[in-house]
Design a protein around this ligand. Structure first.
Ligand code: BES
Ligand code: MN
Ligand code: ZN
Length: 508
């Protein structure tokens, strides 16, 4: 998709469709006003007949308005003008794209981005529009033998900005939105691929391709490497699978040589049947999504590389399957992690923390400035926060705040849960240093508390994305979250770093 920004009036656009906002009570946006004036009141005449009063969710497609060169005009109800905040704006953009799905316009001029959104600037509006428009075109059809015949596809989108002085910011926002959308697409594709195709090996190949394309180093640790590193926790999970495990390491170096990297560690369970503590059959297919943490690491690094962020980023992806087998972990087994700490595996279905703990210990060698792990870790997090927010836990308040704010800006929000010392006793074991589960209470926090025992040497945050990484039900599929949050976090770290280094080089 091709995007551009333009400051101009809606009645002068020679294009497939002009998209303009109408607020509740038939209040015309600036763009709708221009269309109405040019057509000598044709638009207000239509509205007066009651076809649209501007409530959120309404749309009205008009073919040809007198004296308006655009082939079509789509009016989009945006609710009360005073309440046009982030969620409403996002809904309105998505609703417009939905309404345009079945028409043949190859180019549109989009004027919703011109309207005032509470507390947000032009860059925010443009970036969100690009992301939502790109997402609206997403299809996962690579595994259908006969893909649906597609109508004439949308090719170009012109995004309106209020002033000429907004053009430069708008263009930068388009670049960011497109890089982000590419990262989200990659994460969704990988998430949607089934376990028989998207294996640990497949994820490793994807990482290698990414590294080749963007010229950064990718290495893959194999089972013997893990054995010599003493990754007993990770290897205990992969022992039950015919697919060899992989520890995938991506090293994007866009920053200065001496800049400590940011590490992103993603859970890459390409299928989680639960192991000997096997899951119930209903919806077990959804456990192909148990590698969405890994997918978000690949997606975020892809976006960062496309944006050429001046930052060093290390991606670490432990990848395995979790299956029942004669050789699999048994409840009660005790394994020794790379850190030397021993773990009693009371439930083989709490496998994510077992592969992550060794990956986190491995990450120490990069002396990272911060580590963020991303994992579909607990069903309890889905119960606590649903599909709206990822669960965030951290051993550093500053890092937690940064991630929460990045999520708010990207509209890919997280919500913090406590990691108090008092929770740790739930992990007590009679036979090992700790158990891998801690009873029914506070399941998401216990997952985080387990990982906290392996992250004492750096600033660390944990994102539990079990509720946000995919949708269930009729629209089942990967969402690409939390790629937007992660990329925003990286963008902000990069600009903070740029500001600091430019200060240093200013002559005294
Ligand atoms: N991958 C699952 C978590 C999960 C469950 C994500 C449902 C999304 C939906 C994870 O490996 C798991 O099985 N966790 C267990 C932990 C429990 C045994 C302490 C869970 O949540 O039931
Ligand atoms: Mn599990
Ligand atoms: Zn799992």
């Amino acid at each position: 998709m091709e995007f551009s920004v333009k400051s101009g009036t809606a009645d002068k656009q020679r294009t497939g469709c002009v998209v303009a906002a109408v607020f509740e009570g038939r209040r015309l946006s600036a763009a709708a006003e221009q269309l109405d004036e040019a057509s000598q009141g044709a638009l207000t005449g239509i509205l007066r007949r009651g076809d649209l009063d501007g409530r959120a969710g309404q749309v009205l497609l008009l073919h040809t308005l007198p004296n308006v060169p655009s082939e079509r005009v789509l009016l989009v109800g945006c609710g009360k003008e005073k309440e046009f905040h982030e969620a409403r704006y996002r809904e309105a953009v998505a609703r417009s794209m939905d309404a345009l799905k079945h028409i043949g316009a190859t180019e549109i001029a989009f004027f919703l981005s011109e309207a005032e959104v509470k507390g947000r600037d032009v860059a925010w509006k443009i970036r969100q529009a690009v992301e939502i428009i790109e997402a609206s075109q997403y299809r996962f059809e690579q595994l259908k033998s006969k893909p649906k015949p597609s109508k004439r596809a949308l090719k170009r989108v012109i995004l309106a900005v209020p002033r000429r002085s907004d053009l430069a910011n708008g263009e930068q926002a388009i670049r960011e939105g497109q890089a982000l959308a590419a990262g989200v697409r990659l994460a969704r594709d990988l998430g949607n691929l089934p376990g028989n195709i998207c294996t640990p090996e497949y994820l490793a190949d994807q990482a290698r391709d990414l590294g080749k394309h963007h010229h950064f180093k990718v290495s893959v640790l194999e089972e013997p490497d893990m054995k010599s590193l003493g990754m007993g926790a990770l290897l205990s999970v992969s022992r039950g699978s015919r697919q060899p495990p992989k520890l995938i390491v991506l090293e994007y170096r866009g920053g200065a040589e001496d800049q400590a990297p940011i590490a992103l560690v993603g859970k890459g369970l390409t299928f989680d049947a639960g192991g000997i503590s096997i899951k119930p059959a209903a919806n077990m297919d959804e456990m192909k999504y148990d590698m969405c943490g890994a997918a978000s690491v690949l997606g975020a690094i892809k976006a960062a590389a496309e944006l050429k962020l001046s930052l060093n980023i290390v991606g670490v992806i432990p990848s395995s399957e979790n299956l029942p087998d004669g050789n699999a972990n048994k409840p009660g087994d005790i394994v020794t992690s790379m850190s030397g700490q021993t773990v009693e595996v009371l439930n083989t279905d709490a496998e994510g923390r077992l592969i992550l703990c060794d990956a986190l210990t491995y990450t120490e060698r990069f002396e990272p400035q911060a580590v963020v792990d991303i994992a579909t870790l607990t069903g309890a997090c889905v119960i606590a926060l649903g599909g709206q927010a990822s669960g965030l836990m951290s051993n550093n308040d500053q890092l937690a705040r940064e991630l929460l704010n990045a999520g708010k800006y990207a509209w890919d929000r997280a919500w913090q849960l406590p990691l108090w010392e008092e929770y740790q006793k739930q992990l007590d074991s009679n036979f090992a240093d700790m158990a891998n589960i801690g009873g029914r209470e506070a399941g998401a926090i216990i997952g985080g508390s387990f990982l906290a025992r392996f992250t004492k040497k750096f600033k660390w945050a944990h994102l539990d994305i079990a509720g946000t990484a995919w949708k269930t039900g009729k629209e089942k599929g990967a969402t690409g979250r939390p790629v937007p949050l992660l990329v925003q976090f990286l963008i902000e770290r990069a600009s903070k770093y740029a500001a600091e280094t430019s200060k240093e080089t200013v002559p005294a």
